[in-house]
Write a protein that binds this ligand. Sequence first.
Ligand SMILES: C[S@@+](CC[C@H](N)C(=O)[O-])C[C@H]1O[C@@H](n2cnc3c(N)ncnc32)[C@H](O)[C@@H]1O
Ligand SMILES: [Zn+2]
Length: 430
Amino acid sequence: MKSSPKDENKSSIMQISLSNGQILRLAQVKEGDTVYYVPEESLFVKKIPRKRDVAFYNPKQSFNRDVSVCAIEVFLEKYHQTPHVTRACEPLCATGIRGIRYLLETRLQEVTMTDLNPVAIKIATFNLSYLETTLTNLKKKVILQRAEASRTLLTNAINFQRFCITDIDPFGSPSPFLYPAILATEPKGLIAVTATDTAPLTGVYPHALFKKYLASMIGRVTFYNELALRRVITYAMRIGFLLGIAMVPVLSFAIDHYFRVFFIKSFKKNVEDLVSDIGFLLHCKQCLYTEIWKKFESPPAAQLQCSYCNASLLMLGPLYLGSIQNRDFINETIRIAEERTLTQKERVLKYLHLLKQETTLNLPWYYDLHHLASYLQTSAPSTVTILTELEQQGYTAIRTHCSPTAIKTNAPIKVLHSIVLRGKALENNA
Ligand SMILES: C[S@@+](CC[C@H](N)C(=O)[O-])C[C@H]1O[C@@H](n2cnc3c(N)ncnc32)[C@H](O)[C@@H]1O
Ligand SMILES: [Zn+2]
């Protein structure tokens, strides 16, 4: 690795030579409090970066990294109590910006980072050398290797070198890495998981959904983002159940083109609590009537017919229907986010507040107002109008972070229908 003397702007552009003789231009970016060099071309790609890119860096994912920095700081400050050195593992690290941000922006003491792509490791190595010029001993806190992710995790698990934080941030589905990630994380540790395969998860490809998440092959429904998020959570929980471990979600969100969940690996006794929250949703795709079915027998045929519009109900699940946020954890994450330099601070805080509000009504689905308006052959009223009217009628009604045109409410569907039908009149009277 070497920087070229021909750099036109030494501080913002660097060049490294790759093993095939190719020169790779690196551009300086600042994320949070961390200055880092990433492939220059990744800053100009308009669409989502692809697997065949020279090494993966997605500027838009700074939101994910910002939230993760805050969540990890909360975990280390408030939840993690072992006396030994705090170690995290990012086994799919790409350029390494995530793991290095955790090290530089939280109280984490050591990070292990691996990637299969040799160019990614070369870029991370370049950054470590660059950062060490101002941060002494940084290299001693980073274990960086070209290695396969599951192998990294399993080797550490077998050698009783388990991590207090494991972050699985792959291309597409995290499924292949969950079992080794759970094994490689110490009890009460934090496991963060990203899933970017939105098409299978939201039911666009039901066969892929079954293959990757063992979920029933059911196509898209209107609350697809929440359903997909819960599919990721349910799958991770089921892998935990096989090992007698409870994967308790403390912070979960669907945003842009991905899903992100932070789990705390918990004691066996929590397994039964989670299992008791596994069930099904009986859902009408037309009028959006939805109910929870938690019994261990199939519903009678009559119950699989919508009592409002007579359409057949879909049976979605098995699905984790319990809480996917921990209010205290979110409050603390908000506190840290307010204090920190973050790349997407305003957006991070906006979403964290939406997630906090969602803890006031644990409803594992939401109602899309545009769909309801079209079903009822009316024009869609504003979300605010509907929320206000529901509250005036004594119901709980909140927004969902999953969609700006959807709401959650404990009002019966008939009440919601009648308010949507009167929506424009309510707006005119306001
Ligand atoms: C989405 S990128 C990681 C992005 C990174 N975490 C970040 O925040 O910038 C996924 C990375 O996983 C690497 N990868 C894919 N399969 C792998 C495997 N089985 N073992 C190790 N690395 C792998 C790819 O080379 C790629 O760099
Ligand atoms: Zn119906």
